[in-house]
Write a protein that binds this ligand. Sequence first.
Ligand SMILES: Nc1ncnc2c1ncn2[C@@H]1O[C@H](COP(=O)(O)OP(=O)(O)OP(=O)(O)O)[C@@H](O)[C@H]1O
Ligand SMILES: [Mg+2]
Length: 274
Amino acid sequence: MIRAEKLRHVYKSSSGDKVALDGLNFSIAAGEFVAIIGTNGSGKSTLAKHFNALLLPTDGKIFIDGLDTSQEENLWRVRENVGMVFQNPDSEIVAAIVEDDVAFGLENLGIAPEKIRERVDLALDAVNMTDYKNFAPNKLSGGQKQRIAIAGVIAMRTKIIVFDEPTAMLDPQGRREILEMVKRLHAQGKTIIYITHFMEEAAQAQRVFLMEGGKIIRDDTPREIFTDVKEMKRLGFNAPVAAELAERLRRKKFKLPPKILTAEELAEALLKNG
Ligand SMILES: Nc1ncnc2c1ncn2[C@@H]1O[C@H](COP(=O)(O)OP(=O)(O)OP(=O)(O)O)[C@@H](O)[C@H]1O
Ligand SMILES: [Mg+2]
């Protein structure tokens, strides 16, 4: 369980203060899959870094499994509970060999070497990278590097995983693979927080936070958010293709039910139009 109470973050600099999070209140249940979307600079990454106490609140609080991140003595347990996967896979790689990279986080936890090996093997298998375990990470593609980063988090066995635009630098195939992995982790019971600029990806979550100017301006299901074609336009986002197409067809006097989100739903509605 995650709970934020009037969570505020201000970056202080010589050129003035920047309010990046402006009093957020929300809670996320264990096992939920929440996507976070929002324009550039709306505060998504700043929020991401509060989930594992990489940043601490300027004001207000965030609790991770009941642990207040602003209490020094909680930091270690918070970080043990929350895995992070960032945008740039190169900046996440720390070792010269894939399996050492996946093991890195575990070595700091004081786990016995044979247990580490077992967990690393399982994690590499989970991301389909077993064949690459003795490779140099810099020989891998961007998508493969991201899978290694995810394996590192899987090996840590954290309950919560935060992804900050993990697919931003990948091709469509790489993006699909990462999203499949995210969905699998969710199905296994992990709490997933998934930041993305791709609306089709966010549409796969159970719940979407829409951020603007350091605030969560909408907290709703993907269906409610993405079928609000006007709001998507205002923000300069592409609504998922089926939602957009349904809206265009309605303008051409097709009688379609409201809030169509997926291609399957659109196809079905069109067939009924005869
Ligand atoms: N280290 C920093 N020092 C000062 N200001 C910062 C710092 N990091 C971010 N900001 C500012 O805080 C605001 C929120 O930034 P943040 O990176 O959280 O946004 P974001 O939603 O992740 O954006 P993007 O979509 O570009 O990744 C922006 O105005 C940004 O310029
Ligand atoms: Mg960001």
